[in-house]
Write a protein that binds this ligand. Structure first.
Ligand code: NAP
Length: 247
């Protein structure tokens, strides 16, 4: 098991699905975890899982679109624990549809929550991480950001944008010891994918050489690697975790 004892992580979207799996795995590795989700009760769900896994937790309700709230959460975490070593920008939504029929709200909300919010949280942690001369920032993108996906142009654009952001900030922060990487999950079983029509699920399964959908822990294992010293020379990369779906 990866040892992250003594480290502090901030995870957005830590209440369910992939983010919850990430928070739990970080906690099991000894990391203290600040959990962000949309409401007190959902953020507290992530925090309870972290405590259950034997570590310490903080819970913050936030709409990740609000940049001032990102700053407040980072300051509150630093006030409590004095450091932030790992940031996981995981909160995300889909609003699928053909571009012809897509509302302004469907464009804005997907770009704002999946892409812009990651810039706000990264900006908020960048100064303390650079001062500490170390840190690992992990952006949860998607294979859709690499491949494109009909009916998901807003989401694919946001997730591709995250890859450009990752590479740019890896260059910007590298000399200060702060690493920035992305994970591109394939089809992972969560609330986000449970909404998909059965025929889409069946088609997706056919495209996965490993013939199973991923579990949040598959993504969390990638986060543990990128957060750890085992990845101390890894920056600006995208770790694809998709059972071969993008091949
Ligand atoms: P999910 O089960 O729908 O969970 C989404 C999480 O994001 C929840 O914790 C939710 O908090 C939080 N969230 C949503 N909007 C927010 C906002 N405005 N402010 C703060 N938190 C917000 O999704 P998931 O499947 O675990 O996906 C997690 C990440 O992985 C996303 O970035 C997604 O795009 C990416 N991804 C997923 C898959 C997949 O197959 N599932 C594949 C590739 C990439 P609440 O509980 O409070 O609503």
């Amino acid at each position: 098991m990866t040892d992250l004892s003594g480290k502090v992580a901030l995870v957005t979207g830590a209440s369910r699905g992939i983010g919850l799996g990430i928070a739990e795995s970080l906690a099991k590795s000894g990391c203290r975890v600040a959990c962000v989700a949309t409401s007190d009760s959902s953020a507290e769900r992530g925090a309870a899982a972290v405590r259950e896994a034997g570590s310490e937790a903080l819970a913050f309700a936030a709409d990740v679109r609000e940049s001032a709230r990102a700053t407040e959460i980072v300051e509150a975490t630093l006030a409590e624990w004095g450091q932030i070593d790992v940031l996981v920008n995981n909160a995300g939504i889909t609003r699928d549809g053909l571009l012809m029929k897509m509302s302004d709200e469907d464009v804005d909300s997907v770009i704002d929550i999946n892409l812009k919010a990651s810039m706000f949280y990264t900006r908020a942690v960048s100064r303390p991480m650079m001062k500490a001369r170390g840190g690992s920032i992990i952006n949860v993108s998607s294979i859709v950001g690499l491949m494109g996906s009909a009916g998901q142009s807003n989401y694919a654009a946001a997730k591709a944008g995250l890859l450009g952001l990752t590479r740019s900030l890896a260059s910007e922060f590298g000399a200060r010891g702060v690493r920035v990487n992305a994970i591109a999950p394939g089809y992972i079983q969560t609330d986000m994918t449970s909404e998909l029509p059965e025929e889409v699920k069946a088609e997706s399964m056919k495209a996965i050489p490993m013939r199973r959908f991923g579990d949040p822990v598959d993504i969390a294992n990638g986060v543990l690697f990128l957060a750890s010293d085992a990845a101390s020379y890894v920056t600006g990369t995208t770790l694809v975790i998709d059972g071969g779906m993008s091949l």
